[in-house]
Structures are given as structure tokens and as C-alpha cells.
Design a protein around this ligand. Sequence first.
Ligand SMILES: [Zn+2]
Length: 428
Amino acid sequence: MSATKPIEPAAGDAGQAPKINIERLKQSVLALAKFGYDDSINGVNRLGFGEADMAARRWLMDTLTEEGFDSHMDGAGNVYGRLGPADKPSITMGSHIDSVPASGIFDGALGVMTALEVLRTFKDAGAEPRWPLELLGTSEEEGRFGGMLGAQAVSGDVTPEFLMGAHDADGNRLADAMTAAGLEPLGALEARRSSGSMRAFIELHIEQGPVLDTIGKTIGVVESISGVWKWIIHLRGKADHAGTAPMNMRSDAFMGLADFAHAIPRIIDEHGTDKSRLTVGKVELKPGSPHTIPGEAIFTLVGRDSSSEVMKALEDACHRSLSAIARRHGLRFEYEQVSWLDPSDCSPKITDLFEKLVRERGYSYQRMPSGAGHDTQFMTRITDAGMIFVPSVGGVSHAPDELTHWEDIEAGAQLLADAAWALSHEPE
Ligand SMILES: [Zn+2]
């Protein structure tokens, strides 16, 4: 558990941000968790554009409207709520509403419910911010159809080809899922926001890793979000009899894969940074028989770093290593780059603001990169965007026993409110 000091007033030009209501925030998180909740696993299943996901979106819009906020859903399924005039550029806060299958209740949902709590807190305080305050609950962040669809629609990064061609792992088409959800697939193109319509984007998210919990800090101030590339690799050898083929006369595809796995730490030492990650996550050996030498190894390789130059250097080094290994074992090496997502830096303006405010509150914090992708990385393309993390106990995420302590959530929510307050009171 990380230590949280009592909340004290924040100093600032615009005065102090009002205090958020942690009990109300807790009730909101639990209310959202009911959508797609599965008692048998004590977890949440809110797949992008599925029934539970869409019901949660409608509930959030109804809640916002009932409480007097302007609310609507855009063509990509993103939910908006707004306090303040419609014609001025917004200070936007948010995260995603959808979940992975068998998720915990905090991933994404916490950032959206915190944004709701900040809206309510401002309204209760009778705040009249210069710039309107906006909630954004994004759609399909978790990757049923590739991920971060709502944020990419907002930043103008989705294409008609993607909207009409994407499908999930079960072969369901994105266009069909959106139609079933009451959305016009190509309508997502109209969700694009101009950079002039948003002054800033801030996101609160659980860390989903063990760093803050391990070092006992309450807040992570995120400086950059890793980019990621994904390869599918084929090593092809010869599927001979495991008894008759002598050890020195084999083309064993698994031995090639094993050699490569062994080379990964050296590749990172020589070409990577402390933020680099290389992961072989899925392997298939063919023909897959105990008494046959694997004639083919098919595996995924995912590389991450916060610099695109380093990501490229890792790709080149993996290519050289795999070519050399294939020669040594008499294998054919082929690969396909399935995806490439650029890394992004959070806006220094937002990162510095979070750091100033977190110091004023006296919370313990750590500047850190994000190894996972987040909506914020697309928002950096159109506005000053940044994010904060709250600790994940044991680093657990994408699982029902994902947990963040409420006292840490209270600190994170207050910090988001402080940042929203400062940004929404900025002079012209
Ligand atoms: Zn998430």
C-alpha cells in the first residue's frame, strides 16, 4: 500500500480546486461495473460495441443529461459530457468504457468515472470555468478490432478501409458490430475533432504494472507512451523422424526459435534502452508431434520502446539475428510486420502541470513512461495531452483481481480535478 498524505489546499493563480467526493466516485465506479459484470469470475466483460458496452454508454449519457450536463454520443460511439459553453475549446478528461474479456472494474472505467466526478465537483461548487470542461468516454480501446478506435476517430486517424475491413478474432466484422450497436460505421469519420476545439486532454488510468506499488508511490506522472510493433515470424526447416535423424543433420525450427529467444537480452543490451521490451508471446510448432522434429515454428514477436529510432533499431537487430540463426540451423526465415504504432510523448506542459500540482498536494509520485498503449497517445496528435497513473496492487491488470486502493484513487482523482481546474481557468 502506498502512503497518501492528507489533502491540503492547492495553491494556484485560479485559486484552489474544490475537493472531490471519494464516496460518490466509488459509487460511480461500482455502478459502471454492473454493466457486463460476471458473477462467476467476479469480473467485467464489456467488449467494444457489445451489448454491455453500449448499455453502459447509454447509462452514462442518461446520467449526464439528468444532472444537467450536455451529453451526446459521436459517430464512433464515444460518449461526451460537457459543463460550459458549446462553442469554446474544451478541457477534455477521459478514458475508455470498454474492457477486455474477464477484466477488473478499474481499467479505463476509473478514468471515465473520475472525469464524471470532476464534472460534478465543479458543478456543485458553482464553478464558472473560462474553458468548458468535458468528459470523454472512448470506444473500443482494448483492441477487439485493433484498439483505440474512439481516440483514433477523434484524432482523425481512422480510415474508411479500416472501418469497413476490420474484424475481431472470431471473424465478426467491425462494421457489423457498429451497425448492431446502432452506429453507422463510416459515421466514425465524423467524430474527428479539430485541434482548435480542444485545449487539453488529461487521462487518469491504473498503472497496470508493478512499478508504483513496488516503490510505494501514489501517483505516476506519465512522460511518454511506448510505441509497439508486431511481427509474425515463420522459421521453416524439415519435419524428420525424431529417432532416425542424427542431431547434426537436422533443420529443427524450434532450435532456431530457442536460439533467438536466448539472443533477446543481448539485442536489448546492444540496441535498446531500459524502456525496450521484446516478447515472444504466441508460438505454434508444426507438425506438433512428440516424435517428429518441428519442421516449422510460427511465432509472434512484439517490440516496444518510447523512441521510434530505438524501435527501428530493435527491428533491424532482430532481423539480423533471425537471419543468422536460420543460416546456422538450415532454416528459412520469413516475417511479416503486422502493425506499427508510433510512440508518443506527453505534452511537457501537462506533465509539468501535474508535477507542480502533485507536489503542492504532497502526494508521493514518480515520473515514468507507460509501457502500455492508451487513448492519450492519439490525443497528443491534436492537443496538449498527458496522463497520470494510480498504483495497481501487485501490478495485476486485465484480470478480475485488478485492484487499486481507494485512498490512492482519491489522490489521483483530486489531482485530475486540480489539473482540470488550472487548465480551465487559464487566460486566453
Ligand atoms: Zn485501459
